[in-house]
Ligand binder design. Structure first.
Ligand code: SAH
Ligand code: SF4
Ligand code: F3S
Length: 462
């Protein structure tokens, strides 16, 4: 029985007083941060917060930050300057703002950020963001809060269950942290020790996402192929085992995973690229440098020859598989000849795509205090040469796609009306004229044009 209207109206507050609370979230860094931001938005939605794209209107501002290179951190501090002004202006209008620093800068710098920027209310690390709604409530009475411990509870279990993802191609974090300690890298310090989520928890999340319309999943982890989750029977499951279980979900059509370490590329995973049609023929496999001396100084624990042999094994299993990679130039002590060994690797492997970076000394990492730190100008010059070669390689790969018919998963509207953007199996953006109702569908597209970063195509008639 419903209550009489008049009684109800005495119980609820007037609409103006219950205007929805809003949160603005900006994401820096890797896909894992993109995933974390979605989960933070969901946790806050369960607490009554709607997301806004207008920072000036937000009651809560979250910067989900990245610590990987100095420049990533500089961007956060420059944003914070602007946010401090917005917070002041809003306060003058009688509207408080809760400023939250989440992610890897939060973990690495902790209380230091709150000390440097008084406008910051909450500093919350990547393992504690499930506490965000309660931290926001607490900061109103307690002032600045630093939550950078690695708590005992499982954040994934504590977060609200997922109802949908932002896109038909979604991310799903299955593994976090890293025990590899490459000498240049902050991740083992910001994300903590390697940890795999339980298999049942992952399958449950995947099924919910697929039920909401997701057709492609990219499993995420800083070291995703080191995944070793435990199934409901207490048995250990490799990444290949997890992918096989996910492939059984009928409406889930495509599977990817990133980022893999060359040393954890096991045979069962390589073989899955031949036996499982849902596995996309594309693998992100960072090699970082072509010189064995530099690789050893980086503590990568593989040589250039190991990497090439691995690529050969993968290509023998699936010749159609394309590779992408990460490369660092200007590691301490890198000579011109050692840099050229990196160029040689690029020529030998022929990557479809690559991300390349100037070495950035990170506080607290072993490489930051090594001898032979190179001048910025040397790093810049090497990066330009490398990127010119990489652009040639990716342009050639993309041009080789012209005339082929690719299954394309359409994800979102393109730049022009009547156009959508989708993804090829090789993760290329594909632009095609097709009605908006195709979002979420995989359609055959004949590739008609190619640039360094995207393809154009025509949807084939049914
Ligand atoms: N776990 C992944 C990479 C994580 S970080 C792996 O093992 O490959 C993403 C990329 O950033 C790295 O692959 C590396 O190329 C780059 N990177 C990490 N630390 C860096 C630093 N200090 N300077 C420049 N690039 C860095
Ligand atoms: Fe960083 Fe190396 Fe771990 Fe990758 S494997 S996250 S580069 S320490
Ligand atoms: Fe950056 Fe942290 Fe990802 S340092 S690359 S956001 S794991």
């Amino acid at each position: 029985m419903s209550a009489p209207r008049v009684e109800l109206s005495t119980e609820v507050e007037p609409a103006a007083a219950t205007a929805p609370k809003t949160v603005f979230i900006k994401t820096f860094g890797c896909q894992m941060n993109v995933y974390d931001s979605e989960r933070m938005a969901e946790a806050l939605a369960a607490d009554g917060y709607a997301q806004t794209a207008a920072i000036e209107e937000a009651d809560v501002v979250v910067l989900n930050t990245c610590h990987i290179r100095e420049r990533a951190v500089d961007k956060v501090y420059s944003d914070l300057g602007r946010i401090r002004d917005i917070k002041q202006q809003r306060l003058a209008d009688g509207k408080p703002t809760t400023v939250t620093i989440a992610g890897c800068v939060a973990q690495a710098e902790g209380a230091e950020i709150a000390r440097r920027v008084g406008a910051v209310d909450i500093v919350v690390g990547p393992q504690s963001y499930h506490q965000l709604p309660s931290l926001i409530a607490r900061t109103r009475t307690e002032g600045q809060i630093i939550a950078t411990d690695f708590p005992d509870e499982d954040k994934f279990a504590a977060l609200p269950v997922r109802k949908r993802a932002a896109n038909t191609a979604a991310y799903l974090t299955v593994q976090e942290g890293c025990d590899k300690f490459c000498t240049f890298c902050v991740v083992p310090y910001t994300r903590g020790a390697e940890f795999s989520r339980p298999v049942a928890q992952i399958l449950d999340e995947a099924r919910r996402l697929v039920a909401s319309g997701v057709r492609e999943l990219t499993l995420l982890g800083q070291n995703v192929n080191a995944f070793h989750g435990v199934d409901a029977n207490g048995r250990e499951v490799s990444l290949a085992g997890l992918l096989k279980a996910l492939a059984l979900i009928p409406e889930l059509e495509r599977l990817r995973y990133t980022t893999s370490h060359p040393r954890d590329m096991r045979d069962d995973l390589i073989e899955l690229h031949a036996s499982e049609p849902k596995m996309m023929p594309y693998l992100h496999l960072p090699f970082q440098a072509g010189s064995d001396r530099i690789l050893a100084a980086m503590n990568r624990k593989h040589t250039a020859a190991d990497y090439l042999a691995l690529v050969a094994r993968i290509r023998a299993v699936n010749p159609a598989l394309a590779l992408s990679t990460d490369i660092i130039v200007g590691f301490p002590g890198e000579s011109e000849a050692e840099f050229e060994a990196t160029l040689d690797m690029v020529r030998m492997v022929q990557f479809a795509q690559a991300y390349s970076f100037k070495y950035s000394a990170r506080p607290g990492t072993p490489a930051a205090t090594m001898d032979g730190q190179l001048p910025e100008a040397v790093k810049t010059e090497r990066l330009h040469r490398l990127q010119a070669l990489l652009a040639e390689e990716s342009t050639r790969f993309n041009a080789g796609c012209i005339g082929k018919i690719f299954p394309v998963l359409f994800e979102k509207p393109g730049r022009r009306a009547g156009q959508l953007i989708g993804r090829s199996p090789y993760l290329q953006s594909v632009y095609a004229d097709v009605s908006a109702s195709a979002i979420g569908l995989i359609l055959p597209v004949q590739i008609s044009g190619a640039g360094p970063n995207s393809l154009a195509g025509v949807v084939c008639a049914a």
